[in-house]
Design a protein. Sequence first.
Length: 200
Amino acid sequence: MRTKLLLSAAVLGVAGMIAASAQVYSVNVVGYVNVDLTPGFNLIANPLNNTTGNDLDTIIPSAELGATVYRFAGGSFETSTFLGNWSPNLTLAPGEGFFVNVAAAATVTFVGEVLQGAASNMDVPAGLALVGSKVPTATSLDDAGFPAELGDTVYLFRGGAYESSTYLGTFTPAAVPGVGEGFWSSKGSAGTWTRDFTVQ
């Protein structure tokens, strides 16, 4: 009887350890990114995925009255103005670049999940497009695997002026967008920007 009791206690102890070690942990990484804006036009990008939505009212819930966002789609700009909320309430997916025009310096705080693995890959169209990294890293476009072919050009917009970089086997000069910074992409043919990104 004593042997059966000890065996039962041992089985219960092992079952408890297995249950404790079988707890489920989320692999999602949630964070925030602050992007500083200067008066005038700023070219930024949404670097995170807000799981409640990536519309302007969610990702930039407050701004100065009259602040304006410019989204480039289908070869032309769509605009949205902040009038207590955004009108119209445009959606800006992770990795989509856009201009925001403000009268005074401000900070935009993006909140959401860090996209990892295949979720961090994105299609870059031929022609002109406003893009940005879908992951919050400041990495040269060469090291980040941007899908460039000879002659493709990117344009960073800094301090009210453009800085261009052309792909000649590598981007010349080096193009290093900051975290949450958007840029123009001018490509001869479409490509997929493959990011093998995992938070350790």
